[in-house]
Design a protein around this ligand. Structure first.
Ligand code: HEC
Ligand code: HEC
Ligand code: HEC
Ligand code: HEC
Length: 346
C-alpha cells in the first residue's frame, strides 16, 4: 500500500513538472528600459521566443524590377477587364500578378483566381471565381492603407504578404463571437466572458472585444471623465472589462507589455504615454475602416464555408498584420519594391 502511494506520488510529481515546463516561460528573461527612470516602463521578453519570431517574420525577396514596355495595361488590346491596375505598364502588371501569386496562393498558382475551362484554356478576364473579385477589392484596400493611413503604417506600408504570408486565408482573423450559453439558472448567460480565451491571453475577459471596440466611434474607456454618470463618459464594469480584453489583444498581437504604450501610473494620460500609443490610436481607426469598407462589404461574395458561425466574413485585427511583432515583419519595407501598391485608387 505504502509503495503504491509513493508510486502514485512520483508519477503525479513528474506530470506536474512536465506541465510546468510546458506552460511556463523559463528564465532568464531580457529586460529593456523604454521610459523615464523609476516609472517601471520596461519591456520584458523571452530571448528564446524572440529568436523563433525573428525566423518566422522574414519578408520574401522582391522580384527584379520589370522592364518598361511603354504600353499601359488598360491599352493592351488582349485584356478586357482591368478595373484597378489600368495605369500600370503591361510588364509591371505581369510582375505584380506573379508577386500576388507568391504572397497569397503559391501552391494553387494563377488558377486560384483565374478560371480555366476543361481543356485548360484560361479566360483571364473572367470574374466568376470569387477569389478574383475579393483580390481586386484587396488591391484597393492595400492601396488605401498605404496612401491614407500613413499615420499608422508610415512609409513602411503593407503588401498582401503582410497579412497572407503565403496563405489564401491569413492566419490571424476574427469572427463575431457571442459564445455558447452555459448551464441553466442564474449563470445561464456568460455575458460574452468568463471563459478562458486565447484571444485575450487565456484570461476570462470578454472574448469578443472586437465587435464593439474595433468599430467606428467605439468608446475604449475605463475611467469616467465626469464625477457623475453622464452619457458615454461613464464606463460600466462590462465596458471596462471589454477595454482590458482589447488591451490584452494589443499586447499579444504586438508581443509587447502594456508599458510599450502606457505609463502604468496613469493608463489614460496621453501626456505620459509613449508615442507608440498614438500610432496605436490611428491603428484602431484604420482597422475599423478597413473592415467596414473593404471586407464586410464582401459578405455576399464569399462562399458559406468561409463565413463564421454567425454568418459574418473573416475580419482584420492587430494580429492579422503584426503576428506577434511590434512592427509587422520587423519593419521590412516591402512596398518600396512595389510602388504600384502605393498609388491612389482610380
Ligand atoms: C490572388 C488572385 C490572383 C492571382 C493568384 C492571379 N491573379 Fe491575375 N488578376 C487578378 C485580379 C484581381 C485581376 C484584375 C485586376 C484589375 O481589375 O485591375 C487580374 C487580372 C489579370 C489579367 C488581365 C485579364 C483581362 O483580360 O482583364 C491577366 C492577364 C492576369 N491577371 C494574369 C495572371 C497570371 C499570369 C497569374 C499567375 C502568375 C495571375 N494573374 C494570378 C487576381 C489574381
Ligand atoms: C490587412 C490584411 C490583408 C491584406 C493587406 C490583404 N488581405 Fe487578402 N484577406 C484578408 C482577410 C482578413 C481575408 C478574409 C479571409 C477569408 O478568405 O475568409 C482575405 C481574403 C483574401 C482572399 C480570399 C481567399 C479565400 O480563399 O477565401 C484573396 C484571394 C485575397 N485576400 C487576396 C489578397 C491580395 C491579392 C492582397 C494584396 C493586394 C491582399 N489579399 C491583401 C486580409 C488581407
Ligand atoms: C500598442 C499600444 C497599447 C498597448 C500595448 C496597450 N494599450 Fe491600452 N490603450 C492604447 C490606446 C491607443 C488607448 C486609447 C484608445 C482610444 O482612445 O480609442 C488605450 C486605452 C487604455 C485604457 C483606457 C484609458 C481610459 O481613457 O479610460 C486602459 C485602462 C488601458 N489602455 C490599459 C492597458 C493595459 C492594462 C494594457 C496591457 C494589458 C494595455 N493598455 C496595452 C494603446 C495600448
Ligand atoms: C494593415 C496592417 C496593420 C494592422 C492591421 C495594424 N498595424 Fe500596427 N503597424 C503596421 C505597420 C506596417 C507598422 C510599421 C510602421 C513603421 O514603420 O513605423 C505598424 C506599427 C505599429 C506601431 C508602432 C510600433 C513602434 O515601435 O513604432 C504600433 C504601436 C502599432 N502598429 C499598433 C497596432 C495596433 C494596436 C493595431 C490594432 C488596432 C495595429 N497596429 C494594426 C501595420 C498594421
Amino acid at each position: 500500500m505504502k509503495y503504491a502511494l509513493a508510486f502514485i506520488g512520483i508519477i503525479a510529481g513528474t506530470l506536474l513538472t512536465i506541465a510546468m515546463m510546458l506552460s511556463w516561460e523559463r528564465p532568464p528573461m531580457a529586460s529593456n528600459q523604454i521610459g523615464p527612470r523609476g516609472v517601471g516602463m520596461v519591456e520584458i521578453n523571452n530571448p528564446r521566443m524572440e529568436a523563433k519570431l525573428q525566423k518566422a517574420n522574414v519578408a520574401p525577396e522582391a522580384d527584379p524590377p520589370a522592364e518598361v514596355s511603354g504600353v499601359k495595361a488598360k491599352d493592351n488590346e488582349e485584356w478586357k477587364n482591368i478595373q484597378v491596375l489600368g495605369e500600370l505598364d503591361v510588364n509591371e502588371f505581369n510582375r505584380l500578378m506573379g508577386a500576388i501569386t507568391t504572397w497569397v496562393a503559391p501552391e494553387q498558382g494563377c488558377l486560384y483566381c483565374h478560371k480555366a475551362d476543361d481543356q485548360g484554356n484560361v479566360n483571364w478576364a473572367d470574374d466568376s471565381l470569387y477569389t478574383k473579385v475579393v483580390a481586386r477589392r484587396m488591391l484597393q484596400m492595400t492601396r488605401e492603407i498605404n496612401t491614407k493611413w500613413t499615420s499608422h503604417v508610415e512609409q513602411t506600408g503593407v503588401t498582401c504578404y503582410t497579412c497572407h504570408r503565403g496563405n489564401p486565408v491569413p492566419a490571424n482573423i476574427w469572427f463575431k463571437n457571442e459564445g455558447s450559453p452555459q448551464a441553466a439558472g442564474m449563470a445561464s448567460s456568460r455575458q460574452g466572458q468568463n471563459l478562458a480565451s486565447k484571444v485575450v491571453g487565456t484570461t476570462s475577459l470578454t472574448y469578443d472585444p472586437f465587435t464593439p471596440l474595433l468599430a467606428k466611434d467605439a468608446n475604449i474607456r475605463v475611467n469616467a471623465t465626469t464625477a457623475l454618470p453622464e452619457g458615454t463618459t461613464n464606463a460600466s464594469i462590462h465596458d471596462t472589462e471589454t477595454t482590458f480584453a482589447l488591451m490584452m489583444h494589443f499586447s499579444t498581437a504586438l508581443g509587447v507589455n502594456c508599458t510599450y504604450c502606457h505609463n502604468s501610473r496613469q493608463f489614460a494620460s496621453w501626456a505620459e504615454s509613449r508615442p507608440q500609443r498614438v500610432t496605436a490610436w490611428h491603428g484602431i481607426r484604420m482597422v475599423s475602416e478597413v473592415n467596414e469598407t473593404y471586407i464586410t462589404s464582401l459578405q455576399e461574395v464569399f462562399p458559406k464555408n468561409r463565413l463564421g458561425p454567425l454568418g459574418d466574413v473573416a475580419k482584420v485585427n492587430c494580429a492579422t498584420c503584426h503576428q506577434g511583432v511590434y512592427k509587422p515583419l520587423y519593419g521590412a519595407a516591402m512596398v518600396k519594391d512595389y510602388e504600384e501598391l502605393r498609388q491612389p485608387n482610380p
